[in-house]
Ligand binder design. Sequence first.
Ligand code: FAD
Ligand code: EPU
Length: 340
Amino acid sequence: MQIQENISLKPYNTFGIDVYAKHFVAFSSTEQLQELLSNSPVAFRPSRLMILGGGSNILFTKDFDGLVLKNELRGIEMIKEDDLYYYVKAGAGENWHRFVMYCIDKNFAGLENLSLIPGCTGASPMQNIGAYGVEIKDVFESLEAWHIQSKKIVQFSVNDCEFGYRESIFKRKYKAEFIILNITYRLRKQPFYNTSYGAIEQELEKMKVSELSIKAISQAVINIRSSKLPDPAVIGNAGSFFKNPEIPVSKFDELKKVYPNIPGYPVNEEKIKIAAGWMIEQCGWKGYRQGDAGVHAKQALVLVNYGNAKGKEIYELSGKIIESVQSKFGITLEREVNVI
Ligand code: FAD
Ligand code: EPU
């Protein structure tokens, strides 16, 4: 385990932004992490530490003047079961999609709608990742995390994590305080098929699936995603750049009078979630490109790097998009990607 100096982070972020980390090290056991944070002079300033998984939800706008800790904690283990569930623990550095495929193979149900999301398991509770009607909070049992300041391992239950839409306590109150080490997921023995997201039903029909299974749902999700989301190996991106805003029903009703086709999904009795991608498209940004920074031609919520865009260029483009959506719809978009 050697701390390297002046390392390009281009291979470590899916936007493919070429910035440098002053120091960089990968760790693959809790003992290594402990040793690093206890004995290494470059790790003494917690404000200068950054934990990196797959780098698929990050936009680097400048070099990182600190120590990047690349999480490579591995291991998948079924730790217990009861009548209804399998409890499966995964090291935070496990690749998310490979973990989902492992569970589907074993018939552990609950993750199928979350197929093909890039990144590692460690960030899954951080962001409360979600897709096609399912979020991590629905399958989450507990996690263990290293508290950087006190050097202690702390256990978190679902309530402790304060999950919200792409939110958790680790993004807010405990920002940069913990390193997530492992997560235990609660997976069903009897599947509960969630095909409520319209496109899944359509895709299953297209696939001519006669008997529903978690494998079929996973494949439907993979097909839908592959048809509209850019593959980071081909075009740099970090998925949805903005969150879908949640607005009061009264504001939605007003907008609907002017834009009858505006897509909205009830969150509760007071709030409606509206599709930011639709608003961005209405503002004329879909397929826009300036230099190597752009807006994906098939999904306007995804900003892309066609090759050598700087993080700042992508960030500036996101600012222009926020301004134009604000001026057309009176709604302020919030960035979903972590900007560094
Ligand atoms: P990173 O980008 O490495 O890190 C993200 C944040 O979490 C950083 O702040 C980092 O410091 C922190 N972090 C990472 N690991 C740890 C840890 N072990 N302990 C503490 N903090 C940590 N997201 C969705 O929710 N739904 C989608 O459908 C979806 N689709 C996507 C499609 C594409 C093509 C892409 C590129 C991204 C998509 N994303 C989606 C976003 C992204 O894949 C997820 O947010 C993913 O969970 C990020 O994982 P990561 O390991 O790459 O995290
Ligand atoms: N839409 C447009 N134009 C566009 C893009 C979308 O009109 O260019 C409309 C679609 O027609 C549809 C609606 O917007 O009516 C929703 O689009 P889509 O199903 O593609 O999903 P999304 O709201 O854009 C969200 C998540 C995704 C997740 C999908 C599927 C957020 C910020 N994004 O996207 O998550 O995969 O739903 O559940 O919530 C991510 O977080 O990185 C991510 C990709």
